[in-house]
Design a protein around this ligand. Structure first.
Ligand SMILES: *Cc1c(COP(=O)(O)O)cnc(C)c1O
Ligand SMILES: [Zn+2]
Length: 468
């Protein structure tokens, strides 16, 4: 169906008509800066920036019910530049014309209901939103689609000299950045990624290499890489693709919009469970729900439960003690979230204080719980990575400790694909995870291939089959 046919049928025009007035707004000094520049921090005070639409109120000309209808109807038309996360055009990237949008299939990831066995093991009914089913197999594609669309728009408008897109990464940001940058003309962009040597999985390393990025490995952990790209972004002409770039957050808000839509816009009883690393994802999810509430699409904000490993838990410590202090991380199987000084922490703090208060909680889980939960979830029909395992383990822990009541609707964010982290599964099965992870393999979860002769009788005997 075309948008015109849809309009004749329903009386609703699903094409964007909103005229936004966009600026960067500093979260500390409130200074506004024009969006026509590539900025990552406030030139006045150095704090983090948000992307805001000063004409957001104009969106209220449509009621919440009408917006729900528009977003639902957009699923039934194909309009270039309004697919995937861009279905929520007015909330994601309203200033970028549809023809400048770079869409590679991100978003609209499935919400899978856990089967009764897994639900009873966890302690409540739950859904897993499988963000591993994004183009580069993690949720980072949501933010990369918005950041690269913005860059594409910027290039079309300004025709600058070649731009270098760059990021520090625990693996998935670099995979996403390299993928999306490789879609743009080589004459206008190059891509480079900085990785902590030995601290991304082989699958994650293969992704930016395959997309043709310049891959730089340095000694240390993610926090060390981040410091260097921050310095590069301050001193040199580069386009920073970490979630410090507020346009990344814009796209990642789509996770919240999709969850609400997939639940029929019923979120009063919802708790979203999300692993926290650099805190970009949780920031975006909180902001996304605030957007929906401001638009009247949802009435009440849902609850959000952040989960961290005991080996990298600065946000959880802040939540329980009221004091924020960076931590020195220990090795974690939830390696993509192994971050001691999350860049977006001030944003989380601001959103929690202003909007969520007690509706935002945190739990910490052990490395053992993360591994056991990932393997258990995957034995029950899910495709969950270690960070997804961390989220589900966090829910189990929160239920057990009474941090959340069991009669709610739970959505756990499985942030990437199981296969990216299959090395941790292999090491668990082979019992070769180093002592520093503090994980012991549970016999009932270990699985190994068996070598047998190519003979039906022997294989039948090994499988315990009876003759018919
Ligand atoms: C990046 C990442 C996280 C952490 O998200 P933040 O936005 O850094 O908090 C969690 N899981 C996976 C798979 C990731 O790639
Ligand atoms: Zn400022």
């Amino acid at each position: 169906m075309t948008p015109d046919e849809l309009k004749r049928l329903t009386g609703i025009d699903v094409l964007p008509q909103h005229r936004p007035r966009m600026t960067y707004r500093c979260i500390a000094c409130d200074a506004a800066h024009p969006l026509e520049r590539l900025l990552y921090t406030c030139p006045a005070c150095g704090s983090l920036l948000r992307v805001v639409d000063d004409n957001f109120a104009a969106l209220a000309e449509r009621s919440g019910a009408e917006w729900r209808r528009v977003f639902d109807l957009r699923h039934s038309v194909r309009v270039e530049g309004m697919q995937g996360i861009f279905l929520f055009h007015e909330l994601v990237l309203p200033w970028v014309p549809l023809q400048h949008v770079v869409y590679l299939g991100e978003g609209h990831t499935p919400l899978i209901r856990a089967n009764p066995e897994l639900a009873s093991w966890v302690g409540a009914d739950l859904y897993v939103k499988n963000d591993g089913q994004n183009p580069s197999a993690s949720f980072k594609d949501r933010g990369m689609a918005s950041a690269i669309s913005f860059l594409h728009h910027f290039l079309c408008e300004n025709r600058p000299e070649q731009v270098l897109g760059i990021c520090a990464s625990t693996g998935d940001t670099s995979a996403a950045a390299a993928l999306y940058l490789s879609y743009l003309p080589k004459s206008s962009v190059r891509s480079a990624v900085l990785l902590p040597q030995g601290k991304v999985t082989p699958q994650q390393l293969s992704q930016p290499l395959g997309s043709g990025a310049q891959v730089v490995e340095i000694p240390g952990v993610f926090d060390d890489c981040m410091k260097i790209v921050e310095e590069l972004a301050e001193t040199y002409q580069v386009f920073l693709l970490n979630s410090k770039n507020p346009v990344r957050i814009s796209g990642q808000k789509s996770f919240a919009y999709e969850v609400a839509q997939q639940l029929g816009w019923q979120v009063e009883d919802l708790t979203v469970v999300v692993p926290i690393g650099n805190a970009g994802n949780v920031t975006a999810i909180l902001e996304g729900f605030v957007d929906l509430q401001r638009l009247g699409v949802i009435e009440h904000l849902p609850r959000v439960l952040g989960v961290q490993s005991e080996h990298a838990d600065p946000v959880a410590r802040w939540r329980s003690s009221g004091v924020y202090r960076p931590v020195v991380v220990q090795p974690s199987v939830a390696q993509a979230a192994m971050i001691g000084n999350p860049v977006s922490f001030p944003k989380v703090q601001g959103l929690v204080e202003r909007y969520f208060q007690e509706s935002f909680q945190c739990v910490t889980v052990s490395e053992q719980e993360i591994m056991d939960t990932m393997l258990t979830a995957n034995r029950h029909g899910h495709v969950v990575c270690t960070q997804g395992g961390e989220a589900i383990a966090g829910l189990q822990r929160a239920l057990r400790e009474g941090v959340v009541a069991g009669d709610r609707v739970f959505v756990c964010d499985s942030t990437s694909h199981q296969l990216k982290f299959s090395g941790f599964q292999e090491a668990y099965f082979a019992d070769t995870l180093g002592a520093e992870y503090e994980v012991e393999a549970r016999d009932d979860l270990v699985n190994r291939p068996r070598q047998l002769p190519a003979q039906a009788a022997e294989i039948a005997a090994a499988l315990g089959l009876q003759k018919r």
